[in-house]
Design a binder for this molecule. Structure first.
Ligand code: ADP
Ligand code: MG
Length: 743
């Protein structure tokens, strides 16, 4: 495998689904193959699109791709021809991505997942699972593998972990306690763009990885019932990491890491067309944001001239950064619907796909990355093994000391077990002997028995630790898959041969198509060279024919330019609309800020804002003050628990009761004015019994509440203590007011 940085283009294939029943009823009898607007030449890899509203004589649009799959294509065909080579590359240590792009309802999910329970209709993902584990089981015995899987979705520009253990209540499937966590994107020079804290589960078999996928889908399907058509509104990404260690020619272990991204995008249709409003429109705008960012990235990369690629415009493009123009082998499956009413969208998808053909990636083998989990696993296993063998060594040594000449045979574990039993029996015998020995004193007996008990305890403890170690060792080792060991039940030779044949056929037809496409291009170029003219008339005829051909071509290109211009104008109008809406919202918010929020509050909030360069977003700092900002608590007077008021100090000095030691921060002067009394007779009789007077509508009560009128701190007026009567009263007032603080 070459480690050189060679570039290769993104492989683009197009798949058209059959007309569904509703569509078929509407288009019966229309020309164009099976009733749709799409014709496919599978041998040449060409798609011909017919405009249902075309003017007479208007040429059809033709696009050429790496492969095309018509309505009669099977899931297997697409897998064998297009996906299989990519999975092989991933097992060899390359990064690989497959993403399905197209309008809602054109078969993205069908292509990626398909019908799991029907072998013929299983999609790319289940087939890839099976392929990975079959390949591992067939590989050479000197290879060790570690397979991990993660599952996430991007919904409204938020990344959600679909395997989050907090979401899945243990032991109770289908019950979800919380919505999935929102995660952040990070970038490191080692592993590129990654999702921080994303759950990653080690899988040992197809069954385990399928269970993970089901688990993740359950979290999604909750959304589907709550949010209506959720599935087509979020982008999902299933990530499989395959780490493989093998002894290199230098005699050292080398690890290669391949990452496979399986992406099912949200429907690409123009959201304005779907006629949504309010929240739905905002959601649509966010979905569109990711998809239009994807479009911009593809355009920038395909163009090749623009230096800046706007990866940072959306989460999706950042996650796919490696897959588009980076270190990965990428396959894009563009899905089409054949119904005439979707002509515009189909054309947009085809243009998109056509552009993506020009993207160049630089895939390379990821060899010996620092963050390989496999290496950590191997180290841990080696450590546990060493620990175990050390224990065994100790046991043997003891055994040799104790019972010379014992040479038991059998496996090591058995040996150890026998040895432990012998030790235990010996200790028990000794115990018995001590108990029966009449010559020993009772105290001495007790001591000896105690010692023996401790020894037995040690023995038990040691056995437990060894058992724990062995269990841990076995659990860790079982996670590693070793090449050549049969993981799958059905890896018969026959099946293997069948698969190889299928692969060969797929490869053959791929090469055939490539040659056909090359021949077509060359034909056009060399037509002129091959022609010899016997007379001037003949030459004129031939040239006129060619001119006509070229003229038709020119018309095609002109129509294309017109189309692209129209498209441009349309998307520009949509963008302007969105911009107007956003400006309106912004103005509205400014209005609220300026009229209802005091400037100092606004400034406080502004000061809390910081730009997160990683996320490229503004973030509000938390309100919890830092330690340096926190107000220091007042130091208490020496010997007291808390700050003490002036009054309390004076009262203490005067020998007042000790309960006032740290109280009475306020001095409340007694209001000596006579109490206000009101006769209740003039109250309406129905109000009187249960009516609790409210302080706002009851005048007599209000007056009573103002009777304590003056309050003064003792700190400000130490003079007041001279009046013994007032101080006594004030103390009494306070002690009744706060009985709970009395000591
Ligand atoms: P999307 O994910 O693009 O919104 P789906 O994959 O859900 O669309 O497909 C919509 C419907 O079309 C499903 O009922 C699916 O079974 C059917 N379908 C899609 N592609 C094919 C195909 N190639 N052959 C048969 N049925 C298909
Ligand atoms: Mg879908």
């Amino acid at each position: 495998m070459s480690k050189l940085k060679s570039s290769e283009t993104v492989k683009v294939v197009v798949r058209c689904r059959p007309l569904n029943r509703k569509e078929a009823a509407g288009v019966t009898g229309t020309p164009g193959g099976r009733g749709g607007i799409i014709e496919m030449d599978v041998h040449r890899g060409q798609v011909v699109l017919r405009n249902p509203r075309a003017l007479p004589g208007e040429p059809r649009k033709t696009f050429t791709f790496d492969s095309v799959y018509d309505a009669s294509s099977r899931q297997r065909d697409l897998y064998d021809e297009t996906v299989r080579p990519l999975i092989h590359s991933v097992l060899d240590g390359f990064n690989g991505t497959i993403f399905a792009y197209g309008q809602t309802g054109t078969g993205k999910t069908y292509t990626m997942q398909g019908a799991w329970l029907e072998p013929e209709r299983r999609g790319v993902i289940p087939n890839a699972f099976e392929h990975v584990f079959t390949q591992i089981s067939r590989s050479a015995a000197d290879r060790q593998y570690l397979v991990r899987a993660s599952y996430l979705e991007i919904y409204r520009e938020e990344i959600r972990d679909l395997l989050d253990p907090n979401v899945h209540t243990p032991h109770v499937p289908n019950v979800h306690t919380q919505p999935p966590h929102t995660l952040e994107l990070r970038e490191s020079p080692e592993s590129g763009v990654y999702v921080r804290d994303l759950t990653s589960c080690v899988c040992k078999s197809v069954k385990e990885i399928e269970e993970l996928m089901n688990l993740g889908n359950q979290v999604r399907s909750v959304g589907a019932t709550d949010m209506n058509e959720h599935s087509s509104r979020s982008h999902t990404l299933f990530l499989i990491t395959v780490e493989c260690s093998q002894t290199g020619p230098d005699g050292r272990q080398h690890i290669r890491v391949g990452r496979l991204n399986l992406v099912d995008l949200a429907g690409s249709e123009r959201q304005a067309k779907t006629g949504v409003h309010g929240e739905r429109l905002k959601e649509a705008a966010k979905i569109n944001l990711s998809l239009s960012a994807l479009g911009n990235v593809i355009s920038a990369l395909a163009d090749g001239r623009s230096g800046h690629v706007p990866y940072r415009d959306s989460k999706l493009t950042r996650l796919l950064q490696d897959s588009l123009g980076g270190n990965a082998k990428t396959v894009m499956v563009a899905t089409l619907g054949p119904a005439p009413q979707h002509y515009e969208e189909t054309l947009t998808t085809l243009r998109y796909a056509n552009r993506a053909k020009n993207i160049k990636n630089q895939p390379r083998v990821n060899e010996d990355p620092k963050d390989a989990l496999l290496r950590e696993f191997q180290k841990e296993i080696a450590r546990l093994r060493a620990q175990l063998s050390h224990k065994e060594g100790r046991g043997k040594h003891r055994k040799e000391e104790g019972e010379e000449g014992w040479d038991g045979e059998g496996d090591e574990e058995g040996e150890e077990e026998v040895e432990r039993k012998l030790q235990k029996e010996r200790l028990e015998e000794e115990n018995k002997a001590i108990r029966e020995d009449g010559s020993l004193l009772a105290v001495e007996k007790q001591r000896l028995l105690g010692e023996k008990e401790i020894m037995m305890g040690d023995l038990r403890k040691e056995r437990d630790t060894t058992e724990q170690l062995t269990a841990k060792y076995k659990a860790m080792e079982s996670k590693l898959l070793v090449g050549g060991r049969n993981i799958m039940d059905h890896t018969s030779e026959q099946q293997k041969t069948l698969e190889t044949r299928r692969q060969e056929i797929a490869e053959q037809s791929r090469r055939e198509r490539e040659i056909l496409q090359q021949v077509m291009v060359q034909d056009e170029e060399t037509l002129e060279l091959r022609e010899t003219f016997s007379s001037l008339q003949q030459e004129v005829e031939a040239k006129t024919k060619k001119l006509k051909k070229l003229y038709a071509k020119l018309q095609c290109v002109k129509a294309e330019i017109q189309d692209v211009n129209d498209e441009h104008v349309r998307s520009r109008q949509e963008l302007e609309q969105t911009q107007n809406q956003l400006t309106r919202e912004l103005k509205f918010k400014y209005l609220i800020i300026e009229n209802f929020i005091p400037p100092e509050e606004k400034n406080k909030i502004m000061n809390r804002l910081t730009l997160d360069p990683e996320e490229d977003q503004w973030k509000l700092q938390l309100l919890t003050p830092s330690e340096s900002q926190m107000k220091k608590r007042l130091a208490s007077a020496v010997g007291y628990k808390r700050p003490i008021s002036q009054y309390a100090r004076v009262a203490l000095a005067m020998g007042a009761h000790s309960r006032y030691r740290a109280e009475n921060i306020l001095f409340l002067e007694l209001d000596m004015s006579p109490p206000t009394s009101v006769s209740l007779d003039h109250w309406p009789s129905e109000v009187r019994p249960n009516c609790s007077p409210s302080p706002t509508d009851n005048a007599p009560y209000r007056e009573r509440a103002t009777r304590v009128r003056k309050s003064r701190s003792w700190c400000q007026a130490p003079r007041a203590i001279t009046s013994s009567s007032s101080s006594t009263v004030s103390l009494a007032t306070h002690s009744t007011a706060t009985p709970s603080t009395a000591q």
